[in-house]
Write a protein that binds this ligand. Structure first.
Ligand code: ADP
Ligand code: MG
Length: 715
């Protein structure tokens, strides 16, 4: 990917850069070298400008206090005001704590601290009046408020009505006097110095159209709002701006690539493709598959490198689309690589490609970590000579030794398991970059897709092959065990196969393994040989053993597969019609959906049984309820995003990209959509931001490019 630096946005005439905004924090009144270092280490804040972007995460109406006599433990965070009672230190070591009380005319409540005991004991003044902010709790039927935020009031103080911003701080910063209040004071200083110098970053046209506050007002009001209306207006403007610039970056990159990254031109759809399409296609393609294939063909003959994300729910039939795309590349004299995240999946792809293309003059090979050296050498040779058409594999494909004569298409299955860096690694194998088709079975909510893959084109298979019956999902508790076993037997009698899945989560791997083995044993007891054959697969087994067990199940030699989540992704056993998920409350929504996707692949009615404890957290209950209510992967992904937030949803790999200061991808869908559309219109009218009316945008874009890290997030 070319750097953006050479690309000139707008007029090159320099804009005046505010000296105050770029001042290192160390020189701001009240900071100094030590605090500056701490601010940099804890939050990455180096300049006054950075500090101004440390936005409050909450506001407290300081004039609004509750009567202490009316408190109860079900209240959320509230504020109370009263006289502090005597401080009592108790316990030693980790059990050390301080207790006190806060009393007003209506009653008293206990305050308690388990951390920072020394500081509390030394700094609080019994008998003085305090404002306390915290969440009432209950301990053994006794009301208290653990770790309240306290502020001492001067005698007779009248609390002015104003919204106090609350900033995130850390223990280290607090020790240097920079708790929320300390940070608030610094920001006040910074604001008073720089208020007139904050440059506008959006055009008048955009601000006018959406009735946005100016940048200056937005920054000022986000820190010093008069009321919640101010907060809302400021947030609206700042969220839009943040999302706008992410989209601008992605869409400029996409356009640059379209201009600069030439791709192989696959002009012809010839012999192999046509023969296969007309004679050997195992089924008629769905409309969605046909549409997606058209989109891919258009890319492949455009002369520009394809970068396409193919989204399709589990079982929607992505494999055949990949196979047909591969044939186009082969017809044009190029090789194809297909990369999957696990050996089992790579093997399955290999098998289905071998079967599908069995009657075609196309050579397919499998390369994984366990491929023997001699075999590997033969594959290398065929790959380098061009004799090999399709190479399927795991990460092993990324190793330097694999050389292609002319790799023309790289297909990546289950993208988000590979990092973006690995995606880029494939490029280098070759002089011209191959076309890239990324397939994902995890439906990604639109907002995330637009942000993570905003520089890719997206195709969606939004239709399942005909004749599929939606999986029936039920939620039961452990007490239903006998009924579940009975149901499994009934299904097996009809020739079906069954998965029983246990969670395996790293920290408690040993306990989980015990759970799995206990479960396995009770199943073995209830499903005796030789009538029943049982497979077991878990993470502690050797890959070869796993493979062997898995294969017995795939071939129908065993009726029950007891497993941990290693079977989660992609495995295809159409005859399996029951999925029992144990301790279902411990799985995330997208995991549950992936697991359920293992059944419902044949024409028979399939079932998913979620087994959980009786006692469930609110969120767990919502997850299981969502699963019972819908089979729609996109709906499930949306709910997952609401519950977990984008960072957790996508794993840590991409969380940097999702580390937004103001906007929230789970809730700001509409703003994001507007931002993207505005950017699309903008770039259509003024692709290099030369128009005078767009000068503020051009200037800010140049700034962002200078502060590189943000702009090189995705390459
Ligand atoms: P996924 O999108 O999860 O990778 P697969 O490509 O494995 O889905 O397809 C799931 C199953 O559906 C396979 O058994 C496949 O043969 C079958 N299938 C795919 N497309 C169609 C279709 N158009 N008509 C009938 N069956 C299909
Ligand atoms: Mg698949």
């Amino acid at each position: 990917m070319h750097s953006l630096a050479f690309y000139t946005f707008g007029k090159t005439a320099s804009v005046s850069v505010s000296p105050i905004l770029h001042t290192p924090l160390e020189f701001l009144t009240g900071v100094g070298p030590q605090r500056a270092a701490a601010l940099r280490e804890e939050f990455g804040l180096s300049t006054v400008k950075d500090l101004l972007q440390h936005y409050p995460f909450r506001y407290v109406d300081r004039s609004d206090t509750e009567e202490i006599g009316a408190l109860n433990a079900s209240l959320d965070y509230i504020q109370i005001r009263g006289i502090l009672g005597p401080l009592k230190e108790e316990g030693v070591g980790p059990a050390r704590r301080v207790r006190s009380t806060l009393r007003d005319a209506t009653g008293a409540v206990e305050l308690i601290w388990f951390k920072g005991v020394k500081w509390v004991a030394q700094n609080l003044v019994p008998g003085a009046e305090y404002l306390a902010y915290g969440k009432p709790g209950e301990y053994k039927g006794h009301l208290n408020m653990p770790h309240p935020e306290l502020e001492r009031l001067t005698p007779g103080a009248v609390i002015q009505k104003y919204l106090q911003p609350v900033y995130s701080s850390t223990e280290k910063l607090s020790r240097k006097g920079l708790n929320s209040r300390g940070i608030e004071k610094l920001i006040e200083t910074a604001l008073s110095l720089s208020r007139k110098e904050i440059p506008e970053t959006l055009s008048e046209e955009i601000c006018g159209r959406f009735k946005f506050l100016s940048k200056t007002d937005a920054v000022y009001l986000i820190h010093r709002p008069r009321n919640f209306e101010d907060v809302q207006q400021a947030q609206r403007r700042l969220k839009f701006e943040e999302l706008f610039y992410i989209q601008l970056e992605l869409l400029i990159k996409k356009e640059l690539r379209a201009k600069e990254v030439a791709g192989f031109r696959f002009e012809s759809v010839a012999e192999t493709f046509m023969t296969f399409y007309e004679k050997h296609l195992p089924f008629e393609l769905t409309e969605a598959q046909k549409r997606v294939l058209k989109e891919i063909r258009r890319d492949l003959r455009s002369g520009t490198q394809m970068n396409r994300l193919l989204q399709g729910d589990v079982g929607s039939g992505k494999t055949i689309v990949a196979a047909l795309s591969a044939l186009i590349a082969i017809d044009n004299g190029y090789q194809v690589s297909i990369m999957a995240p696990t050996e089992i999946l790579a093997s399955q792809h290999f098998e289905s490609f071998s079967v599908m293309l069995g009657q075609m003059p196309v050579s397919v090979e499998l390369l994984t970590g366990s491929t023997k050296t001699a075999r590997r050498r033969a594959i290398d040779k065929a790959s380098q000579s061009g004799a090999l058409n399709i190479l399927i594999g795991t990460h092993a494909l990324l190793e330097e030794k694999v050389q292609f004569k002319n790799l023309g298409l790289a297909i990546i299955d289950e993208q988000h398991r590979f990092g973006v860096a690995q995606r880029a690694k494939l490029w280098k194998k070759n002089t011209l970059p191959p076309h890239v088709l990324v397939m994902t079975a995890t439906p990604i909510p639109r907002t995330l897709a637009m942000t993570l893959y905003g520089d890719l084109d997206v195709s969606v298979i939004d239709e399942l092959p005909p004749g599929r019956k939606p999986v029936k999902t039920t939620h039961v508790t452990d007490s239903a065990r006998l009924r579940i076993f009975g149901f499994m037997k009934e299904q097996i009698k009809q020739g079906r196969q069954v998965y029983v899945v246990y969670p395996l989560i790293e920290e408690s791997a040993t306990l989980d393994l015990k759970d799995l083995m206990d479960g396995y044993e009770s199943i073995v007891r209830d499903f005796p040989q030789p009538e029943y054959q049982i497979s077991i697969v878990h993470g502690r087994m050797k890959p070869a053993d796993k493979e062997w067990e898995m294969n017995r199940f795939v071939k129908g030699q065993t009726q029950i597969m007891v497993a941990t989540t290693v079977i989660e992704v992609g495995v295809n056993v159409p005859n399996a019609s029951v999925m029992v998920i144990e301790s279902a409350q411990r799985f995330g929504l997208s995991q549950l959906h992936q697991l359920r996707g293992r059944v419902g692949r044949g024409a028979d009615q399939s079932h998913c049984i979620l087994v959980s404890d009786v006692k469930l957290s609110r969120e767990a209950r919502l997850r299981l309820k969502t699963m019972c209510e819908t089979n729609d992967g996109f709906k499930i992904a949306e709910t997952d995003l609401q519950l977990r937030g984008p960072g957790d949803l996508m794993g840590t790999q991409q969380s940097g990209i999702l580390d937004l200061k103001m906007a929230n991808l789970a809730t700001d869908t509409i703003i994001l959509q507007y931002a993207r559309n505005v950017v699309l219109d903008l770039l259509e009218e003024d692709p290099t931001l030369q128009l005078p009316k767009n000068a503020p945008i051009a200037a800010h874009t140049r700034e962002l490019i200078k502060d590189k890290p943000n702009w090189s997030r995705i390459s």
